[in-house]
Write a protein that binds this ligand. Structure first.
Ligand code: CMP
Length: 144
């Protein structure tokens, strides 16, 4: 199934200069970059993006962290891209993420886990619309 997903290199990944490495992994997998921007997330956008975690003990820290420096927001397109990109990112907690995955190869602690990715078609649509206007996304021809 052709899908789009929202992926984001978090402030720790940007600071550690992993943008190119991460983009490269998804490109080599055969996925297509449909939109991208380097930006700093406002507290308001952070609260919206992480709305489902409101009330959790780590929520304040999460908002503080995600607004602490530039992020690299992306939309990727491909067959089953939501599930495939989640496999490539690895488990949320880097201690459970297998070597060979992004979090398994580069992360150590759960709060600083390098990358975010949508976990379902519903959250992909919500997050893409939260971060991008339609004019900021490109369309690839159907044969790709
Ligand atoms: P992400 O996929 O961006 O979605 C929610 C984020 O909350 C998650 O990645 C983690 O970075 C963060 N998170 C989840 N559990 C914890 C935790 N116990 N402590 C701190 N941060 C957490």
């Amino acid at each position: 199934m052709m899908q789009k997903t929202f992926l984001m290199v978090k402030p720790d990944g940007v600071q550690r200069q992993l943008i190119g490495e991460i983009v490269s992994r998804f490109e080599r997998k055969g996925l297509h970059l449909a939109g991208a921007k380097l930006m700093t997330i406002s507290p308001e956008l952070a609260q919206q993006h992480y709305g489902e975690h409101k009330g959790k003990p780590f929520f304040e820290g999460l908002v503080e962290f995600i607004t602490s420096g530039p992020v690299f927001a992306m939309v990727w397109q491909g067959e089953n891209v939501i599930e495939i990109s989640r496999q490539m990112m690895g488990k949320t907690n880097p201690k459970d993420a297998l070597p060979g995955t992004i979090r398994g190869d580069y992360g150590v602690i759960v709060g600083k886990n390098i990358i975010h990715g949508s976990d379902s078609p519903e959250s992909a649509e919500r997050e893409i619309n939260l971060f991008f206007n339609q004019e900021e996304l490109v369309e690839y021809n159907k044969s790709m």
